[in-house]
Ligand binder design. Structure first.
Ligand code: UDP
Length: 370
């Protein structure tokens, strides 16, 4: 019997990476509901993503909003308990490492529902990152661990998670990028809107607490990207996450002239910029993967990454938030060849995930646009 599913999500990367599975559920006539916790709640950080990715509106919006980790997670746990009571899911699907995924995971694992974790086995080995604890705890509670790569599956085995729970599926980010990049080329006017024309440019995203909550680190990051932009005559586009905007104002930071700060972008516009940029500077998880899939060199301003496969293939180089480190890293990654083989799968991760969960995917299978 096809399982009844509930998807729990709350932030833009979860919407992007669960979208291929949710759309496949529609095609395979799976009975499912989507619960949005409201962890990210603005139109720009989630509403536009449902439109771009052609997803139905969530069945529930818990409107939890921001708050400290304990209050936010506690609120989600209480409300998800009520939703699961009403929905009685056979399977609860969560993705990644957010508080929403953790709350969904913990409530599901204490009920008579199987917990499925999409993007299992990622580790930065940095327990100071709130996401790292969420990853570990969800993986150890889950019944189905969908690892994007062999390396992630090996990590789960070293933590004594039984093999029968682990499936290597590829990352659904490849499904999402390949299903939307052509649409982005056809529909997005962002290059013209930003007056970018044919000239080379760079893209920047930075919003991790480790970078933007510390004025010295955030200043070093902006100055480093600004210096690279000046040295190489490369204008930089920075769609600023609301938490970073708040910090720029609070710390009264001077953003270098070469960096154009704009509002966060919808997925198609952002994908277009990522695919056309000469280099991307980021501290995002999803952006490290998307640039790798798109063939765009990436500099990640962090001490560690839970996506080491990107370092191995040469699509990504880590940097400290200082001008010298950022400039050196950008030169290094742009010097390399960008014909690496993306290590995150073939764009059919969503089908493999549904098949493992007992869904007949014959109506779903097909060629993925490149
Ligand atoms: N993204 C977007 N618009 C933006 C910045 C990012 O659509 O202005 C997308 C990006 O393509 C990726 C996701 O948001 O799919 C990454 O989100 P974020 O960096 O917030 O989260 P992380 O991946 O670090 O968890």
């Amino acid at each position: 019997m096809t399982p009844r599913m509930v998807f729990v999500l709350g932030t833009r990367p979860e919407i992007v990476k669960l979208a291929p599975i949710i759309r496949a559920c529609d095609r395979a006539a799976v009975d499912y509901s989507v619960v949005h916790t409201g962890q990210h709640y603005s139109e720009r950080l989630d509403g536009v993503f449902f439109d771009d990715l052609e997803l139905p509106a969530p069945d529930y919006n818990l409107e939890v909003g921001s708050g400290d980790h304990a209050a936010q997670t506690g609120e989600m746990v209480a409300r998800l308990g009520e939703v699961f009571e009403r929905e009685s899911p056979d399977v609860v699907v969560v993705q990644g490492d957010t508080n929403s995924a953790f709350a969904g995971g913990i409530v599901a694992s204490k009920r008579d529902a199987e917990l499925a974790h999409v993007e299992a086995g990622l580790r930065s080995f940095d327990r100071d990152m709130p996401e790292e604890l969420n990853r570990v705890l969800i993986d150890h509670a889950a019944e189905h661990l969908f690892a994007p790569t062999d390396e992630a599956a090996d990590q789960l085995r070293t933590e004594a998670i039984p093999d029968r729970r682990i499936e290597v599926t590829g990352n659904t980010v490849v499904d999402a990028v390949r299903q939307h990049v052509q649409l982005a080329r056809e529909k997005s006017d962002v290059l013209a809107e930003l007056d970018l024309g044919e000239a080379p440019f760079a893209l920047l995203t930075a919003h991790r607490p480790g970078n933007v909550d510390d004025p010295e680190r955030f200043r070093g990051l902006l100055d480093g990207v600004g210096q690279y932009a000046d040295d190489r005559e490369l204008p930089v586009v920075y769609p600023v996450h609301p938490r970073s905007r708040e910090k720029i104002d609070a710390f009264e930071l001077d953003v270098p002239d070469a960096i154009a700060c704009i509002e966060p972008l919808n997925f198609l516009d952002f994908l277009r910029l990522e695919s056309e940029a000469d280099v991307v500077f980021t501290d995002s998880g999803g952006v490290q993967e998307e640039t790798c899939v798109l063939g765009t060199p990436c500099v990640t301003v962090r001490e560690s990454t839970e996506r080491p496969e990107t370092l191995t293939v040469g699509s990504n180089v880590l940097a400290e938030p200082t001008p010298k480190s950022i400039v050196d890293a950008a030169d290094e990654v742009r010097r390399g060849r960008n014909d690496w083989e993306p290590p995150f799968g073939d764009g059919h991760a969503a089908e493999r995930i549904l098949e493992t969960l007992g869904v007949d995917v014959s109506a779903v299978s097909g060629e993925v646009p490149v």
